[in-house]
Design a protein around this ligand. Sequence first.
Ligand SMILES: *Cc1c(COP(=O)(O)O)cnc(C)c1O
Length: 372
Amino acid sequence: MAIPLLDLKAQYNSIKDELESAVLEVLRGGRYILGPKVEEFEKTVAEYCGVKYAVGVANGTDALVLSLDALGVGPGDEVITSPFTFYASAESISRLGATPVFVDIDPKTYNLVAGHIEAKITPRTKAIIPVHIFGQPAEMDTINEIAAKHGLKVIEDACQAIGAAYRGKQVGSLGDAACFSFFPSKNLGGAGDGGIVVTNDEELAGRVRALRQHGSLKKYYHSFVGYNSRLDAVQAAILSVKVKYIDTWNDARRQKAQYYNELFAGTNVITPVALEHVRHVYHLYIVRVPNRADVEAALKAEGIGHGVYYPVPLHLQDVYKNLGYQVGDLPVSEAASHETLAIPLYPELKEEDMRTIADLVKNAVSALSAVD
Ligand SMILES: *Cc1c(COP(=O)(O)O)cnc(C)c1O
């Protein structure tokens, strides 16, 4: 019996009529770029995050690039981020000609260790991009304190974490700006690419708004070099429907994560650790096992979806060879890249299927212990 890592069709079927009429409304209305649907969605997301401004852009990567650009990050600058994340967290920095500086992660939460940041700050450091990895917020209090002390900007990479919270505050409201992705597999996903920048800073919001339209606020008048990076009206219409369900879906993810935790209790399978003061939204459910290849083979044999996030930490990627990092420089990230595995988790996943998956993982791990 095949079980996917993520079942997007199940979600679509659960709200099919609403989604289809929202898309048809855009098609029939004839307003396809920006316009009222995008504005309505931006307003909803700003309110949801508890911030003043939201600017829809083409994808989460561009949300990061445009935020960094709007903050004036450019060649010669350094931006501190995590090595254990999707490449776009660092690629956005490199895209502007700046240099990513990697700080190792915590072995339990996989988020960057705030206490390691200060040692990496130089006169060229401009900003910190904490990534709320797998849906768990980074240690924002410490990160903001360090940023304030050194005059740095903080951009949350919240692409995996819409709806998550830190000490009662929604992610998106915890730094100078925050970036979300609506890539289909994210907790809130469109039927294509999409992203958004949220902030309380009016000037920053205005600058991102201009950047997404060729550096222009008034049509055919251009103040600076920008991008063509807008959220499509069709995506905004779809996302406006889906955002109404995000808390319900995230609650279901949390409840199912809890169930997996119970199924794995007392075994050698290390389960995700959710900190007390955060609301984790489990974009991915990550287990840590000593023999990952065996576990992958066992799941594959039964047609069960799984994925490695991420097999190569960013400091060891080919693209960053010139930065001079060596194997062993960021050992916690390196170990995580060898031992972690995502197993299926989505709101519609059945408990019966979860038991099947957990049994396969447990058996593959205890087979190893028996050999020892
Ligand atoms: C998905 C993701 C991005 C990029 O978002 P896209 O919409 O795919 O461009 C950036 N950072 C993280 C952590 C992500 O998971």
